[in-house]
Design a protein. Structure first.
Length: 284
């Protein structure tokens, strides 16, 4: 049912209650958002940025901000300007976010060269989140040539520093033999480790292992439980998987309303397969 996820993101929506940073306050002040999920903290950003698995929201906070803006062009333009100003002041969080913005084209045209440059600059400072992002660039040829070996080395470095998305991405490398020999059991163990950190990508990938009998016994019920957990944490792929399960009713009782609900959740994050399924169900 599910493909394994690899991701440039460094944190999940599940972390959004933990803390935030001064840059968010800038965004919050100008657009008067009422974001109850985020609690401000006075702790210095540099104390967070060098943690193995950044507990504040980097990529996902950006997504949350833009969702709250309801895609208002002027507001998004101002948000981008503020990111640039903070990045110019050597704010590491803003620079990490800008790399993400230019990889995925969030509110701006994609700029792979700049995304790679920012990721490399921060990775050289030893920031685990940037090391993982740089690995993603090499894995996908973003601003550089595809280099699976280099991607593997960077994911391993990020994982060794405790970055949970790096751990999950390292599992992806072992599963597919990218930059290393294929080792299905090691991939499973790494997904489990990332899942233990409540990383939604790791949880989704662990679910896929149970769904397909990869490194473990085939267990559809366990897979569903993991997909549901990751879906609740905001993982678009797991939201899609949960919707599929409810649509067909092979593992749980068929429930088209819940299928529509989860397809919509996934589609709202830009997942085209979910949008297609949603359109099909709504036309019936």
């Amino acid at each position: 049912m599910s493909d394994i996820q690899i991701n440039s993101n460094n944190v999940d929506l599940s972390n959004i209650n933990n803390s935030t940073h001064e840059f968010f306050q800038i965004i919050k002040n100008f657009d008067k958002m009422d974001i109850k999920e985020v609690e401000p903290t006075t702790k210095n950003i540099k104390e967070y940025i060098f943690e193995g698995d950044l507990s504040i929201v980097i990529d996902e906070l950006f997504n949350l901000i833009f969702n709250k803006l309801n895609e208002g062009v002027d507001e998004i333009k101002k948000a981008i300007e503020l990111y640039h100003k903070s990045a110019e002041l050597e704010n590491y969080v803003a620079q990490l976010d800008l790399a993400y913005i230019y990889i995925h084209g969030k509110g701006v045209n994609k700029n792979y060269d700049l995304a790679f440059k920012l990721s490399k600059k921060l990775a050289e400072k030893g920031i685990p989140n940037a090391i993982n992002r740089l690995g993603y660039c090499y894995n996908n040829g973003i601003g550089t040539d595809v280099d699976k070996q280099k991607a593997f080395e960077l994911y391993k470095k990020a994982a060794d520093l405790g970055n949970s998305t790096g751990i999950s991405n390292l599992g992806y490398c072992y599963k597919n033999g990218f930059g290393t020999n294929t080792n299905i059991q090691k991939a499973f163990d790494l997904y489990q480790k990332a899942a233990d950190f409540e990383n939604s990508f790791g949880i989704n990938n662990l679910g896929s292992c149970y769904d397909n009998g990869i490194g473990t016994d085939f267990d559809e019920q366990k897979a569903f439980e993991l997909y549901q957990k990751a879906a609740n944490l905001g993982n678009y792929k797991s939201q899609y998987n949960v919707a599929l399960i409810y649509e067909y009713g092979d593992v749980v009782e068929k429930d088209i309303e819940l299928a529509i609900y989860w397809y919509k959740k996934s589609a709202e994050q830009g997942y085209k397969h979910a949008q297609k399924k949603l359109d099909e169900l709504l036309e019936e």
